[in-house]
Design a protein around this ligand. Structure first.
Ligand SMILES: *Cc1c(COP(=O)(O)O)cnc(C)c1O
Length: 391
Protein backbone atom coordinates (compact mmCIF):
# COMPACT_ATOMS: atom_id res chain seq x y z
CA UNK A 1 0.00 0.00 0.00
CA UNK A 2 1.33 3.41 -0.92
CA UNK A 3 2.22 5.55 2.09
CA UNK A 4 2.58 8.75 0.14
CA UNK A 5 0.76 10.74 -2.48
CA UNK A 6 2.59 12.07 -5.51
CA UNK A 7 2.88 15.79 -4.87
CA UNK A 8 3.38 16.45 -8.58
CA UNK A 9 -0.08 15.12 -9.36
CA UNK A 10 -1.91 17.35 -6.89
CA UNK A 11 -2.53 21.05 -6.67
CA UNK A 12 -5.30 21.56 -9.24
CA UNK A 13 -7.42 23.33 -6.67
CA UNK A 14 -4.56 25.53 -5.49
CA UNK A 15 -3.63 26.42 -9.07
CA UNK A 16 -7.20 27.40 -9.78
CA UNK A 17 -6.95 29.90 -6.90
CA UNK A 18 -3.49 31.01 -7.96
CA UNK A 19 -1.75 29.56 -4.91
CA UNK A 20 1.92 28.54 -4.96
CA UNK A 21 3.13 25.13 -3.94
CA UNK A 22 5.21 25.04 -0.77
CA UNK A 23 7.97 22.58 -0.08
CA UNK A 24 7.91 22.32 3.67
CA UNK A 25 11.37 21.81 5.16
CA UNK A 26 10.55 23.72 8.33
CA UNK A 27 8.46 21.48 10.60
CA UNK A 28 4.87 20.23 10.90
CA UNK A 29 3.78 23.85 10.87
CA UNK A 30 0.15 24.82 11.16
CA UNK A 31 0.93 27.87 9.03
CA UNK A 32 1.99 25.61 6.16
CA UNK A 33 -0.83 23.08 6.38
CA UNK A 34 0.30 20.73 9.16
CA UNK A 35 1.03 17.43 7.48
CA UNK A 36 0.29 15.45 4.32
CA UNK A 37 -1.97 12.48 4.91
CA UNK A 38 -1.50 9.15 3.21
CA UNK A 39 -3.98 7.85 0.58
CA UNK A 40 -5.57 5.43 3.09
CA UNK A 41 -6.45 8.32 5.41
CA UNK A 42 -8.11 10.28 2.62
CA UNK A 43 -9.98 7.17 1.50
CA UNK A 44 -11.35 6.79 5.03
CA UNK A 45 -12.47 10.43 4.97
CA UNK A 46 -14.31 9.88 1.71
CA UNK A 47 -15.87 6.66 2.99
CA UNK A 48 -17.04 8.26 6.25
CA UNK A 49 -18.61 11.16 4.41
CA UNK A 50 -21.29 8.95 2.84
CA UNK A 51 -23.36 8.10 5.95
CA UNK A 52 -24.93 10.00 8.78
CA UNK A 53 -23.98 8.43 12.12
CA UNK A 54 -24.71 8.90 15.80
CA UNK A 55 -21.76 11.05 16.87
CA UNK A 56 -21.88 9.74 20.46
CA UNK A 57 -21.47 6.22 19.17
CA UNK A 58 -18.67 7.27 16.78
CA UNK A 59 -16.83 9.23 19.48
CA UNK A 60 -17.01 6.32 21.92
CA UNK A 61 -15.79 3.73 19.45
CA UNK A 62 -13.01 6.02 18.22
CA UNK A 63 -12.07 6.62 21.86
CA UNK A 64 -11.72 2.87 22.38
CA UNK A 65 -9.25 2.66 19.50
CA UNK A 66 -7.25 5.53 21.01
CA UNK A 67 -7.29 3.82 24.41
CA UNK A 68 -5.99 0.60 22.86
CA UNK A 69 -3.05 2.32 21.18
CA UNK A 70 -2.10 4.64 24.03
CA UNK A 71 -2.63 2.29 26.96
CA UNK A 72 -4.91 4.91 28.51
CA UNK A 73 -8.28 4.09 30.03
CA UNK A 74 -10.09 6.24 27.47
CA UNK A 75 -9.58 8.54 24.51
CA UNK A 76 -11.20 11.26 22.45
CA UNK A 77 -10.54 12.71 19.00
CA UNK A 78 -10.07 16.47 19.33
CA UNK A 79 -9.71 19.41 16.96
CA UNK A 80 -5.92 19.41 17.31
CA UNK A 81 -3.71 19.31 20.39
CA UNK A 82 -4.67 22.90 21.21
CA UNK A 83 -8.30 21.81 21.56
CA UNK A 84 -7.05 18.84 23.58
CA UNK A 85 -5.41 21.29 25.99
CA UNK A 86 -8.60 23.35 26.21
CA UNK A 87 -10.51 20.19 27.12
CA UNK A 88 -7.84 19.08 29.59
CA UNK A 89 -8.30 22.34 31.47
CA UNK A 90 -12.10 22.24 31.20
CA UNK A 91 -12.22 18.64 32.42
CA UNK A 92 -10.00 19.35 35.43
CA UNK A 93 -12.00 22.44 36.42
CA UNK A 94 -15.64 21.63 35.59
CA UNK A 95 -15.61 17.86 35.46
CA UNK A 96 -18.87 16.50 34.01
CA UNK A 97 -21.12 18.69 36.17
CA UNK A 98 -23.56 20.27 33.67
CA UNK A 99 -23.86 23.47 35.71
CA UNK A 100 -20.10 23.97 35.71
CA UNK A 101 -19.78 22.89 32.08
CA UNK A 102 -22.33 25.57 31.24
CA UNK A 103 -20.50 28.20 33.29
CA UNK A 104 -17.03 27.97 31.67
CA UNK A 105 -14.96 30.05 31.06
CA UNK A 106 -16.34 31.61 34.23
CA UNK A 107 -14.68 29.45 36.88
CA UNK A 108 -16.39 30.93 39.93
CA UNK A 109 -16.61 28.26 42.61
CA UNK A 110 -14.21 25.89 40.88
CA UNK A 111 -10.57 25.02 41.37
CA UNK A 112 -9.12 27.02 38.50
CA UNK A 113 -5.33 27.19 38.82
CA UNK A 114 -2.96 25.34 36.54
CA UNK A 115 0.65 25.20 37.67
CA UNK A 116 3.23 25.48 34.88
CA UNK A 117 7.02 25.67 34.85
CA UNK A 118 8.77 28.68 33.36
CA UNK A 119 10.60 26.42 30.88
CA UNK A 120 7.27 25.12 29.61
CA UNK A 121 5.58 28.37 28.80
CA UNK A 122 4.43 28.34 25.18
CA UNK A 123 1.86 30.23 23.14
CA UNK A 124 -0.44 27.22 23.24
CA UNK A 125 -1.06 27.72 26.97
CA UNK A 126 -3.67 30.16 25.64
CA UNK A 127 -5.88 27.06 25.38
CA UNK A 128 -5.76 26.62 29.16
CA UNK A 129 -6.67 30.27 29.67
CA UNK A 130 -9.44 30.03 27.08
CA UNK A 131 -11.16 27.47 29.30
CA UNK A 132 -10.97 29.95 32.19
CA UNK A 133 -7.87 28.68 33.96
CA UNK A 134 -5.38 30.90 35.72
CA UNK A 135 -1.76 29.95 35.15
CA UNK A 136 0.53 29.79 38.15
CA UNK A 137 4.18 29.86 37.08
CA UNK A 138 6.96 28.23 39.00
CA UNK A 139 10.69 28.62 38.43
CA UNK A 140 12.58 30.88 36.06
CA UNK A 141 15.50 30.80 33.63
CA UNK A 142 17.51 28.99 36.30
CA UNK A 143 15.04 26.13 36.45
CA UNK A 144 12.38 24.98 38.89
CA UNK A 145 12.77 23.23 42.23
CA UNK A 146 10.53 20.53 43.64
CA UNK A 147 9.68 22.71 46.63
CA UNK A 148 8.39 25.38 44.27
CA UNK A 149 5.92 22.90 42.82
CA UNK A 150 4.93 21.75 46.32
CA UNK A 151 4.41 25.36 47.34
CA UNK A 152 2.36 26.29 44.27
CA UNK A 153 -0.17 23.49 44.76
CA UNK A 154 -3.07 24.77 46.85
CA UNK A 155 -6.75 24.01 47.32
CA UNK A 156 -7.36 26.04 44.12
CA UNK A 157 -5.12 23.88 41.95
CA UNK A 158 -7.01 22.17 39.15
CA UNK A 159 -3.98 20.57 37.49
CA UNK A 160 -0.25 20.65 36.90
CA UNK A 161 0.64 21.10 33.22
CA UNK A 162 3.70 19.56 31.58
CA UNK A 163 4.68 20.65 28.07
CA UNK A 164 6.99 18.52 25.95
CA UNK A 165 8.13 21.04 23.35
CA UNK A 166 11.15 23.23 22.78
CA UNK A 167 13.02 23.15 26.00
CA UNK A 168 13.27 20.72 28.86
CA UNK A 169 16.46 22.51 29.93
CA UNK A 170 16.45 22.67 33.74
CA UNK A 171 12.76 21.77 33.84
CA UNK A 172 11.64 19.55 36.70
CA UNK A 173 11.68 16.03 35.30
CA UNK A 174 8.30 14.54 34.47
CA UNK A 175 8.39 11.63 36.99
CA UNK A 176 9.12 14.10 39.79
CA UNK A 177 6.21 16.32 38.70
CA UNK A 178 3.85 13.32 38.64
CA UNK A 179 5.03 12.16 42.05
CA UNK A 180 4.50 15.54 43.71
CA UNK A 181 1.17 16.30 42.01
CA UNK A 182 -0.28 12.89 42.76
CA UNK A 183 0.79 13.00 46.37
CA UNK A 184 -1.34 16.14 46.59
CA UNK A 185 -4.23 14.57 44.65
CA UNK A 186 -3.79 16.84 41.61
CA UNK A 187 -3.92 15.56 38.02
CA UNK A 188 -1.03 16.08 35.58
CA UNK A 189 -2.04 17.22 32.10
CA UNK A 190 0.41 16.89 29.24
CA UNK A 191 0.92 18.62 25.92
CA UNK A 192 2.90 16.21 23.74
CA UNK A 193 1.70 17.74 20.52
CA UNK A 194 4.81 17.27 18.43
CA UNK A 195 6.29 14.21 20.14
CA UNK A 196 5.17 11.66 17.54
CA UNK A 197 7.07 9.80 16.19
CA UNK A 198 8.61 7.91 17.96
CA UNK A 199 5.52 5.72 18.36
CA UNK A 200 6.62 4.68 21.86
CA UNK A 201 5.58 8.14 23.01
CA UNK A 202 1.92 7.24 22.39
CA UNK A 203 2.11 5.16 25.59
CA UNK A 204 5.06 6.71 27.32
CA UNK A 205 3.53 9.61 29.26
CA UNK A 206 0.48 7.58 30.28
CA UNK A 207 2.79 4.82 31.54
CA UNK A 208 4.72 7.43 33.52
CA UNK A 209 1.53 8.52 35.26
CA UNK A 210 0.08 11.36 33.16
CA UNK A 211 -3.63 11.80 33.81
CA UNK A 212 -4.35 13.29 30.37
CA UNK A 213 -2.16 13.64 27.28
CA UNK A 214 -2.84 15.71 24.15
CA UNK A 215 -1.18 14.88 20.82
CA UNK A 216 -1.52 16.55 17.44
CA UNK A 217 -3.10 14.49 14.69
CA UNK A 218 -1.83 16.90 12.05
CA UNK A 219 1.89 16.63 12.77
CA UNK A 220 3.96 13.42 12.75
CA UNK A 221 0.86 11.26 12.94
CA UNK A 222 -0.20 12.53 9.50
CA UNK A 223 -3.90 12.67 10.19
CA UNK A 224 -5.80 15.72 8.97
CA UNK A 225 -4.33 19.04 10.08
CA UNK A 226 -7.36 19.87 12.21
CA UNK A 227 -7.28 16.72 14.36
CA UNK A 228 -5.71 15.55 17.58
CA UNK A 229 -5.76 12.87 20.25
CA UNK A 230 -6.67 13.23 23.88
CA UNK A 231 -6.19 10.22 26.12
CA UNK A 232 -6.18 9.56 29.83
CA UNK A 233 -8.23 8.55 32.85
CA UNK A 234 -11.79 7.51 32.12
CA UNK A 235 -13.50 10.08 34.35
CA UNK A 236 -11.39 12.90 32.94
CA UNK A 237 -11.97 11.88 29.32
CA UNK A 238 -15.68 11.67 30.06
CA UNK A 239 -15.48 15.17 31.50
CA UNK A 240 -13.57 16.35 28.41
CA UNK A 241 -16.33 14.94 26.24
CA UNK A 242 -19.01 16.59 28.37
CA UNK A 243 -17.21 19.88 27.69
CA UNK A 244 -17.04 19.35 23.94
CA UNK A 245 -19.08 18.90 20.79
CA UNK A 246 -21.78 17.70 20.20
CA UNK A 247 -22.81 19.43 23.49
CA UNK A 248 -23.93 22.81 22.19
CA UNK A 249 -23.60 24.47 25.62
CA UNK A 250 -19.92 23.73 26.16
CA UNK A 251 -16.61 25.60 25.84
CA UNK A 252 -15.32 22.91 23.47
CA UNK A 253 -18.25 23.21 21.08
CA UNK A 254 -16.22 25.80 19.16
CA UNK A 255 -13.61 23.09 18.48
CA UNK A 256 -15.88 20.58 16.80
CA UNK A 257 -14.55 17.47 15.07
CA UNK A 258 -16.39 16.04 12.07
CA UNK A 259 -17.14 12.39 11.37
CA UNK A 260 -14.75 12.58 8.41
CA UNK A 261 -11.97 13.98 10.60
CA UNK A 262 -12.51 11.23 13.16
CA UNK A 263 -12.29 8.61 10.42
CA UNK A 264 -9.09 10.20 9.11
CA UNK A 265 -7.46 10.50 12.53
CA UNK A 266 -8.25 6.94 13.58
CA UNK A 267 -7.02 5.57 10.25
CA UNK A 268 -3.84 7.64 10.54
CA UNK A 269 -3.31 6.33 14.08
CA UNK A 270 -3.74 2.72 12.97
CA UNK A 271 -1.32 3.23 10.08
CA UNK A 272 1.13 4.99 12.38
CA UNK A 273 1.36 2.09 14.82
CA UNK A 274 1.81 -0.39 11.96
CA UNK A 275 4.60 1.64 10.35
CA UNK A 276 8.21 0.52 10.59
CA UNK A 277 9.55 3.69 12.16
CA UNK A 278 13.15 2.53 12.04
CA UNK A 279 12.82 2.43 8.25
CA UNK A 280 11.14 5.84 8.24
CA UNK A 281 13.88 7.29 10.41
CA UNK A 282 16.52 5.77 8.10
CA UNK A 283 14.81 7.34 5.07
CA UNK A 284 14.78 10.73 6.82
CA UNK A 285 18.46 10.31 7.57
CA UNK A 286 19.11 9.51 3.90
CA UNK A 287 17.38 12.75 2.91
CA UNK A 288 19.58 14.70 5.33
CA UNK A 289 22.69 13.00 3.98
CA UNK A 290 21.67 13.74 0.43
CA UNK A 291 21.31 17.45 1.18
CA UNK A 292 24.53 17.59 3.19
CA UNK A 293 26.46 15.77 0.44
CA UNK A 294 25.13 18.16 -2.22
CA UNK A 295 26.51 21.18 -0.33
CA UNK A 296 29.67 19.67 1.09
CA UNK A 297 32.19 21.16 -1.38
CA UNK A 298 31.08 24.80 -1.09
CA UNK A 299 33.95 26.70 0.58
CA UNK A 300 33.14 28.54 3.79
CA UNK A 301 29.98 26.52 4.39
CA UNK A 302 29.29 23.88 7.00
CA UNK A 303 26.65 21.27 6.27
CA UNK A 304 25.98 18.46 8.72
CA UNK A 305 23.38 16.00 9.90
CA UNK A 306 21.86 16.55 13.34
CA UNK A 307 20.88 13.11 14.56
CA UNK A 308 17.54 12.35 16.14
CA UNK A 309 17.96 12.42 19.92
CA UNK A 310 14.51 11.58 21.29
CA UNK A 311 15.93 11.10 24.78
CA UNK A 312 16.06 14.92 25.00
CA UNK A 313 12.24 14.95 25.06
CA UNK A 314 12.20 18.06 22.91
CA UNK A 315 10.18 18.66 19.79
CA UNK A 316 12.98 18.94 17.20
CA UNK A 317 14.91 16.05 18.67
CA UNK A 318 12.42 13.45 17.47
CA UNK A 319 13.81 13.40 13.92
CA UNK A 320 17.12 14.06 12.13
CA UNK A 321 17.71 17.39 10.40
CA UNK A 322 20.27 18.85 7.99
CA UNK A 323 22.03 21.93 9.37
CA UNK A 324 23.69 24.61 7.25
CA UNK A 325 25.86 27.35 8.71
CA UNK A 326 28.76 29.54 7.59
CA UNK A 327 32.41 29.75 8.55
CA UNK A 328 33.98 33.12 9.30
CA UNK A 329 35.42 33.15 5.76
CA UNK A 330 31.95 33.08 4.17
CA UNK A 331 31.31 36.01 1.84
CA UNK A 332 28.06 34.90 0.24
CA UNK A 333 24.49 35.74 1.21
CA UNK A 334 23.40 35.87 4.85
CA UNK A 335 21.20 33.17 6.34
CA UNK A 336 18.24 35.52 6.12
CA UNK A 337 18.92 36.19 2.45
CA UNK A 338 19.16 32.49 1.73
CA UNK A 339 15.90 31.67 3.47
CA UNK A 340 14.16 34.63 1.78
CA UNK A 341 15.32 33.46 -1.65
CA UNK A 342 14.17 29.93 -0.88
CA UNK A 343 10.80 31.27 0.20
CA UNK A 344 10.36 33.55 -2.80
CA UNK A 345 10.97 30.85 -5.42
CA UNK A 346 8.29 28.70 -7.03
CA UNK A 347 7.74 26.26 -5.48
CA UNK A 348 8.37 28.19 -2.30
CA UNK A 349 10.79 26.36 -0.01
CA UNK A 350 10.39 26.98 3.70
CA UNK A 351 13.19 26.17 6.12
CA UNK A 352 13.58 26.91 9.80
CA UNK A 353 15.96 29.87 10.04
CA UNK A 354 15.23 31.02 13.58
CA UNK A 355 15.27 27.81 15.61
CA UNK A 356 19.04 27.53 16.01
CA UNK A 357 20.96 30.84 15.97
CA UNK A 358 23.22 31.19 12.94
CA UNK A 359 21.92 28.02 11.36
CA UNK A 360 19.45 27.01 8.67
CA UNK A 361 17.62 23.94 9.90
CA UNK A 362 16.30 21.72 7.13
CA UNK A 363 13.59 19.54 8.59
CA UNK A 364 13.16 16.56 6.28
CA UNK A 365 10.29 14.65 7.90
CA UNK A 366 7.80 16.91 6.15
CA UNK A 367 9.43 16.56 2.72
CA UNK A 368 7.58 14.50 0.16
CA UNK A 369 9.32 11.89 -1.96
CA UNK A 370 11.99 13.50 -4.12
CA UNK A 371 11.71 16.96 -2.60
CA UNK A 372 15.12 16.64 -0.95
CA UNK A 373 16.58 16.94 -4.47
CA UNK A 374 14.67 20.15 -5.10
CA UNK A 375 15.75 21.59 -1.74
CA UNK A 376 19.39 20.63 -2.27
CA UNK A 377 19.42 21.89 -5.86
CA UNK A 378 17.89 25.25 -5.01
CA UNK A 379 20.12 25.71 -1.97
CA UNK A 380 23.20 24.92 -4.02
CA UNK A 381 22.15 27.37 -6.69
CA UNK A 382 21.58 30.18 -4.19
CA UNK A 383 24.74 29.48 -2.22
CA UNK A 384 27.06 29.14 -5.21
CA UNK A 385 25.71 31.93 -7.42
CA UNK A 386 26.31 34.54 -4.74
CA UNK A 387 29.67 33.33 -3.51
CA UNK A 388 31.05 33.36 -7.02
CA UNK A 389 31.76 29.65 -6.70
CA UNK A 390 30.94 27.83 -9.94
CA UNK A 391 28.73 24.78 -9.87
C1 LIG B 1 1.65 22.39 17.51
C2 LIG B 1 1.62 22.52 18.98
C3 LIG B 1 0.40 22.58 19.66
C4 LIG B 1 -0.91 22.65 18.95
O1 LIG B 1 -1.20 21.49 18.23
P1 LIG B 1 -2.39 21.51 17.16
O2 LIG B 1 -2.62 20.06 16.89
O3 LIG B 1 -1.88 22.26 15.97
O4 LIG B 1 -3.57 22.17 17.78
C5 LIG B 1 0.44 22.61 21.03
N1 LIG B 1 1.59 22.60 21.72
C6 LIG B 1 2.79 22.57 21.09
C7 LIG B 1 4.03 22.58 21.91
C8 LIG B 1 2.84 22.52 19.70
O5 LIG B 1 4.02 22.49 19.08
Amino acid sequence: MALNMDANEGGLFYRRLGIKRVINASVWATGLGGSISSPAVLKAVDDASRWFVDMDELNRKAGEVIARHTGAEAGLVTAGAAAGMLLEAAACMAGSDPAKVHRLPDTTGMKNEIVIQWAHRVNYEHSFRAAGAKLVQIGNINGAEHWQLEDAITENTAAVAHIFARSQHRALPFPKVVEIAHRRGVPVIVDASGMLPPPENLRRYIEMGADMVAFSGGKGLRGLQSTGILCGRRNLIEAAYANSSPNSDAIGRAAKVSKEEIAGLITALELFVQTDHRAVLASWRDRCQYIVAALQDIPGLRAEVAEATPELEEFYSTSPRALVSFEKSWRGPTLEEVSTQLRDGDPSIRVASKEVPGTIVIFVATLQDGEEEMVAGRLRQILTTHSGHSR
